[in-house]
Design a protein around this ligand. Structure first.
Ligand code: EPU
Length: 431
């Protein structure tokens, strides 16, 4: 096992390129199950979660080939197996995104039911309701969801206790693209990653209208063909690096930046006193490489701000832990309300071990800013919690050691190398 070690107190300066989005890459890779011929995907980040999904696709008779130019070629070779096994699914909850395309193309899917995780219970009831409405017969047996049936267009309302569902929307879109007739998805998730999946599918021959809106219309087509496609930049990686720059009082530039998807994050960073300037924002070309650069600079103190996480275009829950770290050294008290995963506060106790003063009750955290954090040994509980501890470590006095590092490699490609290039003192060591 490895741990991350950070010597805090060095401002980040310089340029960094934002990678392709993990949460767009995963459903788009799964969508290749629907496609005849080879699909070439560009901008797929090197992450454990991507490797896990490749393994699941391989089990499902799909060839995944990493090319010399960094692109990933995906070709379905054999459609007989329809099982995504427990041993792979248990390591990545997002594996559920093979359910929709397997059902849509092979008429049958057997996917291990993902367990809970440290950010909450994470049920899949809305996914199930959606595929049932398209005509699937669903049984839950021996820890697996087993779904069968020929998909037929229908009207589906995707509502849950906290709004829509991102991967649920992806699953229903993928189950519906080859269905007979028209599917109307009401209260669809509008996240940029869902939009990217829909743009990808349309390029491959699907007929999806209303992309980016809460009502999607999917008219079934007979087949989808292999294409080349570039994944959008990762807005959460971009936001994480912006906050890392801001907390260290640095001056950084993000290239291939995702700021067109980060209005809520940029708004709150500005309110907190962080200077952000964006050039050449290419707002209207989702599904294409962004050409903009984003300059992040902080001179004065961090000001307190109140944040409520919400579905897109609201503040992403995937940025909440990073903001908690930043606001822990603000000049006053901030309140964070978590409206997507109400129990996603595992990072709070660890930040408090570093000297933060955060009180969490139910879905609310009250953060009383302290002048300085101090380095110590902390435990990462999930991907974004790891990012928040790294951010805190970059600003803390002394040495921070972060254990259970494997979480970070699930969603950030070589994060420490990229922070090192910006001037951070950060490295890995054997535990
Ligand atoms: N929900 C239900 N029933 C369902 C599905 C969801 O009650 O059938 C609830 C969830 O428990 C949660 C809320 O609805 O309270 C929203 O969950 P959603 O389904 O939208 O989450 P997800 O699709 O499983 C994706 C991202 C998460 C991100 C959320 C919210 C991927 C691979 N994962 O998860 O990303 O936090 O949307 O934006 O796209 C991460 O990258 O660290 C991460 C956790």
């Amino acid at each position: 096992m490895e741990k991350m070690v950070i010597e805090g107190g060095y401002p980040l300066n310089g340029k960094v390129k934002v990678n392709g989005a993990k949460n767009a890459a995963l459903p788009i890779m799964a969508a290749c199950l629907l496609i005849n011929g080879t699909t070439k995907l560009r901008g797929i980040p090197e992450l454990t979660d991507v490797k896990t999904l490749c393994k699941i696709l391989n089990e499902l008779g799909v060839d995944t080939k990493k090319c010399e130019d960094g692109s990933l070629d995906i070709t379905v070779k054999d459609e007989r197996n329809i099982t995504a096994p427990y041993d792979l699914v248990r390591t990545m909850r997002a594996s559920i995104c093979v359910l929709g395309p397997l059902l849509g193309k092979r008429g049958m899917a057997k996917v291990s039911i993902p367990g809970g995780c440290s950010i909450g219970s994470r049920p899949i009831d809305i996914h199930i309701k959606g595929i049932e409405s398209l005509g699937a017969e669903v049984v839950m047996e021996d820890g697996y969801v087993i779904a069968t049936g020929k998909m037929k267009g229908s009207e589906i309302y995707l509502g849950g206790p906290y709004g829509s569902t991102v991967l649920g929307t992806c699953n229903i879109i993928m189950a519906a693209v080859l269905a007979e007739g028209r599917t109307i998805i009401e209260n669809a998730a509008c996240e940029p990653e869902v939009q990217d999946l829909a743009h990808f599918l349309n390029k491959a021959g699907a007929n999806i209208a209303g992309i980016g809106e809460s009502n999607l219309i999917v008219d079934g087509v007979d087949r989808l063909n292999g294409i080349e496609y570039e994944i959008i930049p990762d807005r959460i990686e971009a936001g994480t690096i912006m906050i890392a720059g801001a907390i260290t009082g640095g001056n950084i530039v993000l290239e291939n930046d995702a700021s067109c998807y980060l209005a809520s994050v940029i708004d709150k960073l500005r309110e907190a006193g962080v200077g952000i300037k964006i050039t050449d924002a290419d707002k209207n070309t989702p599904g294409h490489v962004q050409s903009s650069e984003c300059f992040v600079k902080r001179d004065g103190n961090i000001k307190p701000v109140n944040i409520t996480t919400l579905p897109y275009p609201g503040m992403p829950t995937d940025m909440q832990a990073q903001f908690s770290a930043l606001l822990s050294i603000a000049n006053g008290t901030s309140i964070i309300t978590e409206r997507v995963f109400p129990h996603r506060f595992m990072h709070v106790a660890e930040l408090n071990r570093m000297g933060a003063n955060i009180m969490n009750e139910d879905a609310i955290a009250i953060i009383k800013g302290v002048p300085k954090l101090s380095g110590t040994t902390v435990m990462a509980s999930d991907l974004r919690a790891s990012a928040s501890l790294i951010i805190a470590g970059l600003a803390a006095k002394g040495i921070t050691e972060i254990r259970r590092l494997y979480h970070i490699d699930r969603g950030y490609e070589r994060l420490e190398d990229r922070l090192k290039n910006l001037g951070a003192k950060i490295w890995r060591e054997k535990e």
